[in-house]
Design a protein around this ligand. Sequence first.
Ligand code: OAD
Length: 244
Amino acid sequence: MGQSAEIAAAADRLAKAERVAVLTGAGISAESGVPTFRGPGGLWENHRPEELATPQAFAADPELIWRWYHWRRGLIADCRPGPAHLALARLEQRTADFTLITQNVDGLHAAAGSRRLLEIHGSIWQVRCQACGRQYRETSLELPTLPACRQCGGLLRPAVVWFGESLDPELLRRALAAARACQVMLVVGTSAVVQPAAGLAMVAKEAGAVVIEINLEPTPHSGQVDLSLRGRAGRLLPAVVDGP
Ligand code: OAD
């Protein structure tokens, strides 16, 4: 099948589905200017994200980790949702049962208008106090290098899920329920190597859903999904949502 036939087939499946789940990763925000974790441009000051995004790294050197997050918050603050984010917001509007599960912490899906959204890795715009546990939204780009809790003065951390930490069980429960119940799952811009997020696509597949992948490159999922569309999310996703 040529790619235009694949896009038409994906659009047709999606148009007929009443229950849709979507799993997104860093690739959907790449065209908005947010660096991905893996691949070119995914590095920061010679540190790999896997070395920085851990509770141990934060405990050892909170200043280094906060500098990385201040840098990322500054970058993301200048980014706007792209055509792929906007296409998912349109899809939500017309779909009776819709769940968007994202691994991204950038907030661009919400900015695009998505509401039935599970940010399973948290948000870069949320902070949590290490001392009192209070969590709140903090969008200021003028924070001190080591920001303190408004309530108790304790050390804040970004309220994102780091390697070795568990996902919020309620968010994971809802993500699994959506994966099991959907008729179509779209998997967009994720390298499909970080669990449990990556496993959601196979949960959907085993429960009988049609799984459609959109990615620049092949992933561990590509051989197992029903359709694997190769290319930019900003080009392919609007075509799949609105029809070619
Ligand atoms: P990755 O950086 O691992 O992968 C990005 C994927 O997007 C790759 O498969 C690229 O081929 C693809 N891609 C890049 N640009 C694209 C474009 N314009 N259109 C379509 N696809 C494109 O990002 P994630 O899979 O999201 O976890 O990474 C998963 C998790 O690992 C992240 O949520 C984060 C990270 O460590 C935590 O922070 C817990």
